[in-house]
Design a protein around this ligand. Structure first.
Ligand code: HEC
Ligand code: HEC
Ligand code: HEC
Length: 153
């Protein structure tokens, strides 16, 4: 009788410790993206998880090649609703591992170059791109086009 109770207790403890272990490990193994602002994303959350990269690339092509702006999948919009505040109550930039866009990427070893040009937090100096398209890179491109134009003359 007593022995049976002891075994039951031991089993219960074992199971309990297994569960805590599982939960503790899961929270380390799975990314935890911070919650976005508002009720919903620009598309269903599940869809966004899987397809955001394609949506955005498409959007970029449309903007850069055809001058389409301000559509649903603007990067400015993502950064706006998915801002995460640091200790100073100001949104962190992509340099900070707490940034929304890094919450899964760090985990999945995905690296993106988007924020070399685009602002990674809302209300940044530069509304759209051009952060990293600093003077040197831009001047080089301008010089190239100038040269090409001159060649045709
Ligand atoms: C070399 C600089 C550069 C890099 C790197 C870059 N972009 Fe852009 N992107 C631009 C420029 C320039 C525009 C045009 C901005 C405009 O005209 O409003 C643009 C526009 C966009 C737009 C539409 C406008 C907006 O604000 O949303 C999206 C979406 C976009 N880029 C997504 C991306 C994504 C995603 C990446 C990374 C995979 C990326 N870009 C990397 C320069 C860059
Ligand atoms: C109007 C505010 C808003 C805008 C704009 C927005 N989102 Fe969201 N996003 C949300 C909300 C709310 C959710 C669902 C709640 C949550 O964060 O889990 C969400 C969910 C997501 C998720 C899934 C997160 C998870 O927990 O798995 C991804 C990925 C995502 N958004 C990416 C983007 C990208 C990329 C853009 C820009 C193209 C964008 N979002 C624009 C509000 C927004
Ligand atoms: C819910 C998790 C999650 C969040 C949050 C998230 N991503 Fe991603 N992202 C991924 C995964 C996973 C991949 C890799 C998909 C693949 O390789 O098929 C990826 C890939 C990408 C790619 C393509 C990279 C490449 O090499 O082609 C871009 C661009 C991108 N994400 C942009 C963003 C931006 C911008 C944000 C923040 C607004 C963001 N992601 C937030 C999970 C996420």
């Amino acid at each position: 009788m007593i022995r049976g109770a002891r075994i039951a207790l031991l089993l219960a403890l074992l199971i309990a410790s297994q569960i805590t272990l599982a939960v503790g490990e899961e929270s380390k193994l799975v990314p935890h993206p911070p919650k976005g602002r508002g009720e919903q994303c620009v598309a269903a959350t599940d869809f966004m998880r899987r397809n955001h990269m394609n949506l955005m690339k498409h959007q970029r092509d449309e903007t850069v090649r055809e001058g389409v702006r301000g559509k649903a999948f603007s990067l400015t919009g993502c950064v706006d609703c998915h801002a995460v505040n640091g200790a100073d109550a100001k949104p962190v930039s992509y340099a900070d591992s707490r940034h929304f866009c890094r919450s899964c990427h760090d985990y999945a070893a995905v690296s993106i170059d988007c924020f070399q040009c685009h602002a990674s937090r809302p209300g940044s100096e530069k509304p759209h791109a051009a952060q990293g398209v600093g003077s040197t890179a831009l001047a080089a491109v301008a010089a190239y086009f100038q040269g090409a134009a001159n060649d045709r003359k």
